[in-house]
Write a protein that binds this ligand. Structure first.
Ligand SMILES: [Zn+2]
Length: 288
């Protein structure tokens, strides 16, 4: 009995001590994803889909979606990918870099879409890109106050001396982030420390490509692919575009994501698959 009294009083003291850290907030207010916005951050049209689907769709035109995602977590805001550059919205025929490049189209600038949900880019505390291609980092410079989370291998090429000459990156879309706080990663990373938002290293498309696992409070877990895979049909058939940086790594990353889906029950949300993207509610609606 005496022992029990001692245990109870120790427990009470422990609770009182812990409360100095902030008992005013319940656990549900200090952890977990609150909502996720998906933005239409552009579309692109291509004249020959087979560049993305080796062996099939030869000579067939196609269309890709380009989403960006804003996750509101109890401990901050994470922007994942930033879409096609906002200036493209002023170009009636869109923007095409070279004769065989995809033609980018943007209906509404990301900056405007953010203001419509009452978010100033300066409020965004964390920013991460799946990789450094133009339709993912197009508005990177908007997020001047955010901590950049980037794989070391991607950092080295994005901010290295060959970013333009070798990699063809549109550096002026994201170069200001060099001055932001930067967290360089070598693998998976739990962004807010509670397991609900995790960057998953998925190299192959580029050397430091990453995908994002998000545990939505009601819908459950989803994986935002970036360009780990471009289309549902490529996923099913494990097809790798010929222009990927490393084919073997690309296939390994697909298997890694398949295992994660099996372990967590996560759905795969494929960024560029327009048929699938059209089914996902876009901002100002949000997902929980
Ligand atoms: Zn890409």
């Amino acid at each position: 009995m005496r022992k029990l009294v001692r245990i109870v009083s120790i427990t009470i003291i422990a609770v009182i001590v812990a409360c100095f850290g902030g008992c005013a907030q319940s656990p549900s207010q200090t952890s977990g994803v609150q909502r996720m916005y998906v933005f239409n951050c552009g579309e692109s049209t291509v004249s020959d889909m087979s560049r993305w689907t080796p062996g099939v769709n030869i000579g067939k035109p196609g269309e890709f979606s380009a989403n960006c995602y804003l996750i509101q977590h109890a401990r901050g805001w994470l922007m994942f990918d930033s879409g096609i550059n906002d200036n493209v919205a002023t170009m009636p025929k869109g923007f095409q870099r070279g004769k065989d490049s995809p033609r980018y189209i943007l209906r509404k600038p990301l900056r405007v879409q953010l203001s419509e949900i009452g978010v100033d880019p300066a409020q965004v505390t964390h920013v991460a890109f799946s990789h450094t291609h133009g339709d993912h980092v197009g508005n990177g410079n908007l997020f001047s106050k955010a901590t950049l989370h980037i794989q070391q291998a991607e950092y080295d090429i994005a901010f290295g001396s060959a970013a333009v000459s070798k990699w063809n990156f549109e550096v002026t879309s994201y170069d200001k982030l060099r001055a932001n706080p930067i967290v360089k990663l070598n693998g998976d990373h739990d962004v807010f420390g509670d397991g609900t938002v995790r960057l998953i290293s998925t190299p192959g498309h580029t050397p430091g490509h990453q995908s994002l696992f998000v545990r939505l409070p009601q819908r459950g877990p989803v994986i935002l692919t970036g360009d780990m895979v471009h289309l549902q049909d490529n996923w099913v058939n494990r097809r790798v575009p010929a222009f990927n940086f490393n084919r073997e790594q690309s296939l390994q990353s697909m298997e890694k994501i398949a295992a994660l889906m099996k372990a967590t029950g996560a759905q795969l949300w494929i960024n560029h698959d327009k048929t699938q993207s059209d089914q996902i509610p876009k901002a100002p609606a949000y997902l929980q």
